[in-house]
Design a protein around this ligand. Structure first.
Ligand code: GLA
Length: 352
């Protein structure tokens, strides 16, 4: 195997002339990640299969134009991107904090989704290369007070680092100068077959979660944390994603209440043909398992692949949706004297 490395290349330009860079990280053990300064997007992620053959296990595009196209904006899948300020939904784009009401864009039916009209997925981040102990990329973005309606100047930094044991580790940090709300995640779509299978219905998934947040028909939690036992949401032992998806109207797009706390294994996926496995570790209380229900074959990505329904799945580690309006959920408030920090790792392996 080669030495760990990190290199930079041009990825393209935004319509306003801003240059976008693409960084390539390798860990010397067969894992390679490419990350764009636009949106902090993981555009490529190469992991070995059971025969040691590398394959690209995430959905995305080869150039920045793919992420800027009208078809992409129309579909809004957030491929591989950093999501903020608030990942997932806030009911009717409203919340109050310390007696003050805030109004955000409603960009998902009646609700606010993934930070609004121009979230962290659509801004250019400042990049800094890290080499010790492993190749890493620090991305920093300063979100102005009032941006997308959120209070406080928020300074966010995200470090992507490859670990020696084939993990892509994402460390989030943030500070604010005024009380605000925050829910950061990454929106990678995985297909561990690396293009061999057009959908992920054959992937076996296990989620270490005994409950999920029940939602209304606009995907806002009702407040009920319901046991998964005896339902199609029960992934406490491995199940193929496709086995019971027909019993979930629209497909999986829900937040699971993860067992335990601190940094721990919360999910494992296995694709039987390639043998690839994905383990997800996080310190977050929830994960949105989204089965790519809205992909509709309107986008053609890398390797000429048409992304149809269920072409990839997301495991978005997060606080529960609509937490700013649900006092019984773990708080997503960040205050000036606090440092927000969180870590999620996607670790790849093989199993026959
Ligand atoms: C999240 C949401 C989904 C959808 C996707 C992007 O996973 O929960 O409803 O918006 O992002 O298409």
């Amino acid at each position: 195997m080669s030495q760990p490395s990190i290199t930079a290349a041009e990825f393209g330009q935004l319509p306003d002339g801003q240059a976008v860079q693409l960084f390539t990280l390798t860990n010397g053990q067969g894992l390679e990640a490419r990350i764009s300064t636009y949106g902090g997007i993981v555009t490529h992620l190469l992991a070995p299969d059971k025969n040691g053959q590398p394959g690209d296990v995430v959905l995305g595009f080869d150039s920045v134009e793919g992420y800027l196209s009208e078809a992409y904006q129309e579909a809004g899948p957030y491929f591989g991107a950093l999501i903020g300020r608030y990942g997932n939904r806030i009911r009717e784009g409203r919340f109050s904090l310390d007696g003050q009401e805030y109004t955000l864009a409603t960009n998902n039916g009646p609700n606010h989704l993934h930070g609004g009209l121009k979230g962290f997925d659509k801004v250019v981040w400042q990049a800094e290369v890290l080499v010790d102990p492993m190749p890493g990329l620090r991305l920093t973005y300063i979100s102005a007070n009032g941006e997308e309606g959120y209070p406080g100047t928020l300074t966010v930094s995200v470090v992507y680092m490859l670990t020696p044991d084939n993990g892509l580790r994402i460390s989030y940090a943030a500070t604010t100068d005024q009380a605000t709300v925050l829910n950061l995640t990454n929106h990678s779509y995985f297909n561990l077959s690396a293009g061999a299978s057009a959908d992920v219905l054959g992937h076996e998934l296990q989620l270490h979660a005994g409950r999920y947040t029940v939602v209304d028909d606009t995907l806002i939690p009702t407040g009920e944390l319901r046991p998964v036992a005896g339902s199609p949401f029960d992934f406490s032992s491995p199940h193929a994603i496709g086995t019971r998806i027909g019993d979930v109207p629209g497909g999986y797009d829900h937040n699971w209440v993860l067992d335990g706390e601190d940094f721990r294994l919360v999910a494992t996926a296995h694709e039987p043909t390639s043998g690839r496995t994905l383990e997800v570790y996080t310190d977050q209380p929830g994960v949105q398992f989204y089965s790519g229900n809205f992909l509709a074959g309107t986008l053609t990505g890398k390797h000429g692949t048409v992304y149809g329904k269920h072409a990839g799945f997301c495991l978005e580690t997060q606080h529960f949706p609509d937490s700013p309006n649900q006092p019984e959920f773990t708080s997503t408030v960040l205050r000036p004297e606090e440092l927000f920090s969180s870590v999620t790792e996607y670790r790849f392996g093989v199993k026959s």
